[in-house]
Design a protein. Structure first.
Length: 224
């Protein structure tokens, strides 16, 4: 606004700016924070929110991640061309045949060992019965086991029982002498004999399967 007397215009007066720098807000009663710190806090909150959002989006729980198929060394060899499917099948067939043969041999060994153990156990049991069989044989030679008598029936039952267990007697007069299964207690020179022959069985021998439980004791007729 110019002066009526032609002088220079008076400067306009700006209204004063009032800044409330009180630490305590009179309306809310809360502690105020400086404006710069408030903006920094807001920026920090926004950054943490964005970071949390990024972590939520980019990083998922391990359980939700699907694992791909696991390839074996053979699969890798086929894929790389080092081994063909036919070669791999031949190797697997050879492995199967080897395992089958090993199992068959294992079964044979197991069955053979089981039979040997069974014969051994039965042999231990029947060894105690052999003296009784000897007594029955002597009684029979002396005529004490007449047919129809009580002892004859008992002897027949006992002999049947031991035969069911696999115990068989051997040793007969007139058979060739075999030192592997006969025990010579006496040698008798005999005219007309050309080879060693069993002249008399003194004690009967017994076998249990392929095992000799007791050798036969015999008198041997030898060439004169």
């Amino acid at each position: 606004m110019s002066d009526q007397n032609g002088g220079s215009p008076e400067p306009e007066h700006e209204e004063p700016v009032i800044r409330d720098k009180r630490r305590i807000d009179p309306e809310t009663g809360k502690v105020r924070q400086p404006e710069g710190e408030q903006q920094a806090d807001e920026g920090t909150d926004a950054g943490e929110h964005d970071l949390a959002h990024e972590e939520l989006v980019d990083v998922g729980p391990a359980e939700t991640q699907e694992e791909g198929p696991i390839l074996s060394d053979d699969d890798l060899d086929i894929l790389s061309g080092q081994t063909t499917a036919e070669q791999l099948a031949a190797e697997r067939l050879a492995d199967l045949q080897r395992v089958t043969a090993e199992y068959a041999n294992y079964r044979k060994r197991t069955e053979a060992n089981r039979e040997i153990e069974r014969e051994r156990a039965v042999g231990d049991a029947v060894k105690g019965l052999i003296p009784v069989l000897d007594d029955l044989e002597r009684a029979e030679k002396h005529g004490d086991l007449g047919e129809g008598s009580a002892f004859f029936t008992i002897a027949a039952k006992l002999r049947t029982a031991v035969e069911r267990l696999g115990l068989t007697p051997y040793g007969e007069k007139g058979e060739p002498f075999d030192p592997q299964i006969h025990e010579a207690i006496f040698q008798q020179p005999t005219p007309g004999v050309t080879a060693d022959t069993v002249a008399e069985v003194v004690e009967t021998g017994y076998r249990l399967g392929s095992t000799t439980v007791r050798v036969a004791k015999v008198v041997v007729a030898v060439p004169a």
